[in-house]
Design a protein around this ligand. Sequence first.
Ligand code: KG4
Ligand code: ZN
Length: 344
Amino acid sequence: DGTLTVLGLETSCDETAAAVVRGRPGARGAVLSNWVHGQAELHGAFGGVVPEIAARAHAERADTAIARALAGAGLGAADLDAVAVTAGPGLIGGVISGVMAAEGFSRGAGLPLVAVNHLEGHALTPRLTDAVAFPYLLLLVSGGHCQLLAVQGLGRYRRLGGTIDDAPGEAFDKVAKLLGLGFPGGPEVERWAAKGDPARFAFPRPLLDRPGCDMSFSGLKTAVARAVMRLAEAQGGLWRRDIADLCAGFQAAAAEILAAKTARAVAAMGARPSALAVAGGVAANSELRAGLERVAAEAGLALVAPPLKLCTDNGAMIAWAGIERLAAGLADAPARPRPRWPLD
Ligand code: KG4
Ligand code: ZN
């Protein structure tokens, strides 16, 4: 009946991840295993991902990830139809580690290898989890990405807008670093924001008054840095109250920018989307989710937010993109690692 079983490998940022997914386009897929080995403990001291450290860790762990994904699914290589691997965009050292491991495994097992664009993996996740029909609107927000995409069909993506500088997750991470909070910063900032007053600091909403769907977060981050400096000068340091209020003010501004631009993208889509979907690590943020719920409700659309394990980087989204590409006969791109690979 066209059902395919694919192993997906993802190594483009700081998670070494492999998963086995079974399914066919048009119906929900079954995630048979989803192994993720994060590297937060390797990069935490640096407050951000260090590419050389990431590449070495991926090279060391990729084979284990593949073995764990197969064992978790209770399958062997002979049960697979193909291997899918992230070929970009991302940190090139990590991408190369993953492509080499996937190539070795697929050759040894005599399986076809499908090169997958990491962003396409995120973009198609709502079809894996909820069988969302084309076209739909996707807000992709992570530590490295921020874009509003009209997902019109497989391989047919129109970028309606996105950040012109930092990605929102990056801004969350930088604000956390500034305030001496842990890494990754998003969950820390959200935890502190829950105890804070979002109205105490009037942080800017850059580009909000401009037409179009582009966004900017670097001025917002700088405004937080300036407020921290002023407080340090005035009182010699930050009180817990200050940290909570700074986090609340920053989070409110970031969520408002994202929600407002998403509302605009609904109008800019042209065709009526079947749903509003969100993906990427920042989709975990509950204030952002609440803002998007409002946008979706006003437009009469359902908000599709995949479970967190499938929103952040994972192998299942790569396996699913492989399934969609194989089923459509679009799986013949060479697995050439590339640091940049725009979807449109
Ligand atoms: O998608 P992801 O796991 O990795 C990529 O960047 O591709 O996203 C990680 C980002 C980090 O910047 C992290 O701080 C952010 O997602 N993040 C959050 C939250 N949880 C994770 N940002 C805001 N609120 C959260 N609850
Ligand atoms: Zn990602």
